[in-house]
Design a protein around this ligand. Structure first.
Ligand code: C2E
Ligand code: MG
Ligand code: MG
Length: 638
């Protein structure tokens, strides 16, 4: 059975293609960096496709994405003409270079055919309408130039390597789920969203409204793609085809039609015609009909009706609760294939329940330390700017009678009995030994975060313990983050102060863990040198606390310290903390705490599949955020 890869799968056309293929029982993999697409667009099919959260500019991710694939439907792009004018280099990085990376990965993986979403923008303004594919191209914007170049590279690829490539020049595609909660793209979606009031402000008409467009309904675009996948090599490979309706309508007519369906009586706001947009546009369908058998099936009026009905339904169903499956899927780790991670997660869940019933006495615990029953798990920390795993946090586990206990079940007792310095010494020794192995295997300067209890920090021999562990293993001080709690810092103990100051002088960074839940008096921030604030998960997971999170980030900025968002459990939370400009994040949605033995592979897999190599940031634009927000990803974790 054939396997399909859809790039930009969480976008408008990509998600429609995914639905169609899944409905036909096909095996579908999708890749998207959610920069403008939304997971909400995949609601209902999220469990039926393999989703890779990754960027086109990451060749490693594309290698993974193309593995065992027969056909690629390449939809991913930054499709804003204005953005391409403002930032030709950045948009070219995605639209053109991203496509080149994809072609290369596809060739290496032996992919049979790539069907590429090109654009009628390559024609610019044409004297003769309808426009035939052989018309001289006239790209009026960097976006159009990028699409045209991609077509040509794809034709070259066919000529020189034999991979079958087909480019489809989409005219004005419209239909339901245009942007799944993001600001509507395209005139019709914009009119509907604004007339229904789901998008702020009145509908806007650019220019005088007399410009003509060939509006093609989304299901016809899907049909054209499927035909392009199936058509014989000799008829389509290396070629370009129009995908339109073969009919032209003025933008003003589109406005009035949508208004009459909705019952909107207001006038549009007129705005200056946008640069890079032609006056007339109409597809000739002769060639595409002859080669692919393409024939649009949905009329303009019918398409409008379907689109408007969808917007109406969206409105009436608000605020609908997201389906449980969708919420669960959102919470799946980004990389579902983490080696051993799911088994570890299962053990973790079991432990949490078991541990609650368990009474631990101090003697048993002291024996456990001596008998080597302690173990370290590690949770990776994602750098939200470089999109890489920047470090790991060592998290203590106690393997007790074949069960794995988390600190919640024993750390208080250990502290009460004065055992935390004993545990701490073990944790430092073990973590330093292991981090060196991780760093060498991954060839990075992965940071190590270690939690330290108040009692440990009050020990006068703490420096000796840490110095010993670092020098024995060869770990540099600058790789170490010490996570202290607010509770520690408010105790105002002079030994603690001295220890922290000395460690900082050596290059160790000090982080305040679970920030925001401990104390309203933050005088300690003046007494202690702090490098990082780890924002407590309650501010990340509860929608009502979003403003507090924003405030903490602003506050940290003012102090010149980094922020780490803890407890990221959903895509929505990840996009929110990214948008809020946290520096780093950790949580079950990224990677769960996992045993040391699984860590290197988990990080490798994660970075291969997700981290854009040359993407400066994972920051999602407001549009994607709004989309995820609209999908109610903020629901309380269960
Ligand atoms: P912490 O330092 O804030 O560590 C993060 C805790 O949040 C970990 O719990 C981790 O499993 C959990 N976590 C990570 N991602 C998520 C998420 O997405 N959702 C939720 N709900 N939880 C998430 P864990 O491992 O049970 O550790 C609990 C606490 O125990 C730690 O909180 C830390 O304060 C303490 N601890 C862990 N290891 C050590 C240690 O070696 N020494 C000392 N003194 N304390 C430790
Ligand atoms: Mg911690
Ligand atoms: Mg914490």
């Amino acid at each position: 059975m054939a396997r399909y890869l859809i790039t930009g799968v969480a976008g408008f056309v990509g998600s429609w293609l995914a639905r169609e293929l899944v409905g036909r029982g096909e095996t579908v993999r999708g890749i998207d960096n959610l920069s403008s697409g939304s997971l909400a667009a995949l609601a209902g099919i999220e469990n039926a496709i393999e989703f890779l959260y990754a960027d086109l500019r990451n060749p490693g991710a594309l290698e993974v994405a193309c593995k065992d694939v027969d056909f690629i439907l390449h939809q991913a792009a930054i499709d804003s003409v204005q953005r391409s004018i403002d930032d030709p280099i950045g948009t070219s990085g995605v639209n053109l270079e991203g496509t080149l990376h994809l072609i290369s990965a596809a060739q290496n993986a032996g992919v049979r055919r790539i069907v590429f979403a090109s654009s009628a923008a390559v024609y610019g303004d044409q004297a003769d309408c309808p426009i035939v594919e052989t018309a001289a191209t006239n790209p009026l914007s960097p976006y159009a130039t990028q699409k045209l170049s991609c077509e040509q590279y794809l034709a070259n690829a066919f000529e020189f390597s034999g991979i079958e490539t087909v480019s489809l020049r989409y005219f004005n595609v419209f239909g339901p789920r245009t942007a799944a909660g993001a600001p509507p793209a395209g005139a019709i979606a914009q009119f509907a969203a604004k007339m229904f009031g789901t998008d702020q402000g009145g509908p806007i008409l650019y220019g005088d409204g007399t410009q003509t467009r060939d509006f093609v309904y989304i299901s016809d675009v899907v049909q054209a793609n499927l035909l392009a996948l199936r058509a014989p090599r000799e008829t389509v490979a290396g070629k370009v085809f129009n995908v339109g309706s073969g009919r032209a309508h003025t933008i003003r007519l589109a406005f009035e039609s949508v208004a009459s369906m909705i019952g909107y009586t207001g006038e549009p706001r007129f705005a200056q015609a946008r640069p890079g947009e032609p006056l007339r546009s109409l597809a000739s369908l002769e060639a595409v009909h002859a080669a692919l058998g393409f024939q649009p099936a949905v009329s303009f009026a019918e398409g409008l009706y379907k689109t408007v009905s969808w917007y109406r339904q969206q409105l009436s169903s608000r605020p609908a609760k997201p389906r449980l499956e969708r919420r669960k899927a959102e919470r799946k780790p980004l990389l579902a294939r983490q080696a051993g991670a799911s088994a570890a997660a299962k053990t973790e869940r079991a432990t949490r329940n078991v541990g609650r019933e368990r009474q631990v006495d101090a003697q048993t615990f002291a024996d456990a330390v001596r008998n080597g029953e302690l173990e370290l798990f590690y949770q990776p920390i994602l750098d939200l700017r470089g999109s890489r795993i920047a470090g790991v946090e060592a998290l203590l586990r106690w393997r007790c009678e074949n069960r794995l206990l988390t600190p919640a079940h024993f750390i208080h007792l250990a502290e009460e009995k004065g055992l935390t310095p004993l545990i701490g010494a073990w944790v430092f020794g073990e973590a330093c030994k292991q981090i060196i192995v991780f760093q060498r295997s991954l060839r990075t300067d992965l940071r190590l975060a270690v939690n330290i209890s108040p009692l440990e920090l009050e020990q006068s021999n703490l420096l000796r313990t840490i110095d010993g562990a670092l020098s024995k293993s060869g770990v540099d001080y600058s790789c170490l983050d010490l996570e202290v709690t607010e509770r520690t810092l408010v105790r105002d103990c002079s030994t603690t102060q001295q220890n922290l100051a000395q460690l900082r002088r050596r290059g160790v960074r000090i982080a305040v863990d679970d920030f925001g839940i401990g104390y309203s008096n933050m005088n300690y921030l003046y007494r202690f040198p702090i490098d990082c604030i780890k924002i407590d998960q309650s501010f990340v997971q509860h929608r009502g606390h979003a403003r507090v999170l924003d405030g903490i980030v602003a506050f940290a900025r003012a102090l010149g310290v980094r922020t780490v968002a803890e407890g990221v459990e959903t895509a929505g939370q990840l996009s929110y903390v990214t948008q809020a400009q946290c520096d780093e994040a950790q949580g079950f949605y990224i990677i769960r705490p996992i045993p040391a033995g699984n860590l290197v592979q988990a990080i490798r897999d994660f970075e291969a599949a997700h981290a854009p190599e040359r993407t400066p940031t994972l920051r999602l634009p407001g549009a994607a955020l709004a989309a995820i927000d609209a999908s109610s990803a903020w629901e309380e974790p269960q």
